[in-house]
Design a protein around this ligand. Sequence first.
Ligand SMILES: Nc1ncnc2c1ncn2[C@@H]1O[C@H](COP(=O)(O)OP(=O)(O)O)[C@@H](O)[C@H]1O
Ligand SMILES: [Mg+2]
Length: 265
Amino acid sequence: MSEPRSDVVRLSTGIRGLDGLLAGGIPEGFMVALVGMPGTGKTVACIHFAWAGLSAGESAIYVTTEESRESVIRQAAQFGMGFDRASREGRLIILDALMRKDDEWSLKEVSVEEMLDRVIAAKRSLGRGARRLVIDSMSAFWLSAPVKAREDSYSVKRVLSKWGLTIYVTSQYAITTGSAFGWGVEHVADGIIHFRRAISGGVLRRYLLVEKMRQTPHDLRAWEIEIRDGSGMELVRPLARRAEDDALPGGVMRRIREHSGDEEP
Ligand SMILES: Nc1ncnc2c1ncn2[C@@H]1O[C@H](COP(=O)(O)OP(=O)(O)O)[C@@H](O)[C@H]1O
Ligand SMILES: [Mg+2]
């Protein structure tokens, strides 16, 4: 008999179809990395995660480094999620690292130290009701010092581990190289959800793949996702297995043909 897994408390991702791929959701206390190129849906997924808590009466902390607080609120509103109201009710604190405003919840500089300090202040202010933290994205902290990425990721996890938060951290992949900033958050994360995009039949399609989730018998397939005005992200279908997936690389096929005397097709 397998070990019972009932001791793992899981938090909903807020995305229809995704919890089912994760044996119910994200294990409480985990730090999960959402990685992918621009426009693949990372921020939208973060908004869903925060709203899953807010709509259930929880509080939430949301760090935004690449968009303003207002932009996050507007994006959420397009999916019918009342971030504005939750903020006014004092249940949602959006830490704005972009606009450098002179208020309690704006970062004066883009430093991980100041960000952690503000997150802890926010958690103290919100109390036990705050179970979810989003940091979107970590990449902004490393623009001038990519070598700090790994060290910073460790300190985020270490410093925040005792605050009872389940954390989403996004990390941008460089368009040119397809790689993250050297040693990124993936190396420290308890889970990795990879977002991708491709043009298929002349249409932009997006996919997600759970690449890692500790303590979880998770789904291993890539799933097509859709982002809809009014409701946001949902899973559509798993990617069908294609013949190419099983074929040998082109170079190998050519050599096999050469040796067997076949003509090139
Ligand atoms: N109201 C909306 N209706 C439909 N699609 C939307 C809407 N708002 C945003 N999107 C889609 O979401 C994309 C942005 O996704 P986002 O999560 O911000 O990407 P990133 O991975 O860069 O964080 C947009 O390019 C657009 O395709
Ligand atoms: Mg984004």
